[in-house]
Design a protein around this ligand. Structure first.
Ligand code: NAD
Length: 266
């Protein structure tokens, strides 16, 4: 077989200063932590960002204000919805569509932990975690599926976790939810492939947010000792990967799990 090589253009033009200008990106659970960092990063690169929050209205307003008043083309708008509540998501969809039209990028970031060894885990512990991380991702993706499928370079970016790959003592619920996202993402990547829309997961390792600050300090130290890079990630180190996946530079990546874990898997 002879492979025809396409003529390679000399790509010497300067990249656009705001590569995400004109893109509408919805980030769930964006009032703090990784979601807040992602919202800011997308705004910094020119996107219109929907800052979804469940109950922290003031914090979400602050995130949106910071993005809008920064010296970029990015703007942001807080929109309330609990990702486990399909009625609230439907209302969020209407609000977003009325204000901005269809979205181009969905970042399913909202997640919780409710840690307990399996012997002590209640059905409620199990359901709460699965409801937010897995059902919440299903709910939001379904609500915005038509937008994402018809968008130019549509994107679904699911925030999973290294725990979804490795498991962890006391986190059977969280590990199940986060590894469930891998299969979900791969299936959507295949179903959407013909449309040019991609679906990918990011699997962060331990990242400095309130979720990790809730871990007792001595346990944090033990965790750090196990990380080849000897530190937790900064939020910006996760947000930068989301921004890359949201951009057209990632057009040929789909169905992947991108590890950002300081070498925990090595
Ligand atoms: P966080 O607790 O600081 O933030 C989670 C956000 O999700 C909060 O804003 C919270 O209000 C929101 N949220 C929770 N339930 C919600 C719901 N029902 N509807 C809407 N929003 C809801 O946690 P984080 O560390 O920023 O984690 C963000 C994501 O990254 C989570 O999915 C988490 O599992 C994942 N993650 C975090 C780490 C880490 O070390 N911090 C590592 C791997 C993966």
């Amino acid at each position: 077989m002879t492979v025809e090589l396409a003529e390679q253009p000399a790509n010497l033009e300067l990249p656009p200063r705001q590569p995400l200008a004109g893109r509408t990106c919805l980030v769930t659970g964006a009032s703090r932590g990784i979601g807040c960092g992602v919202a800011r990063e997308l705004g910094r690169y020119g996107a219109t960002v929907v800052v979804n929050y469940r109950s922290s209205k003031e914090a979400a307003n602050e995130v949106a204000d910071t993005i809008t008043t920064a010296d970029t083309e990015g703007t942001a708008h807080p929109v309330q919805a609990d990702v486990t509540d399909r009625d609230e998501i439907e209302t969020m969809r209407e609000v977003v569509h009325n204000a901005f039209g269809p979205i181009d990028v969905l970042v399913n970031n909202a997640g919780i932990t409710c840690d307990r060894t399996f012997a002590n885990m209640t059905a409620d512990d199990w359901h709460r975690v699965i409801d937010v991380s897995l059902h919440g991702t299903f709910n939001c993706t379904q609500a915005f599926y038509d937008d994402l499928k018809t968008a130019d370079d549509g994107r679904i970016i699911n925030i999973s976790s290294v725990i979804g790959k490795q498991g962890n003592i006391g986190q059977a619920n969280y590990a199940a939810a986060k590894s469930g996202l891998f299969g979900f993402t791969r299936s959507l990547a295949l179903e959407l492939a013909g449309s040019g829309t991609t679906a990918n997961c990011i699997a962060p390792g331990f990242t400095r947010t309130e979720m990790v600050e809730a871990i007792p300090e001595e346990v944090q130290d033990q965790l750090c000792d196990e990380i080849p890079l000897e530190r937790f990630a900064d939020v910006d180190e996760i947000a930068g990967i989301v921004r890359y996946l949201a951009s057209e530079q990632s057009n040929y990546i789909t169905g992947e799990v991108i590890d950002v874990n300081g070498g925990l898997d090595l």
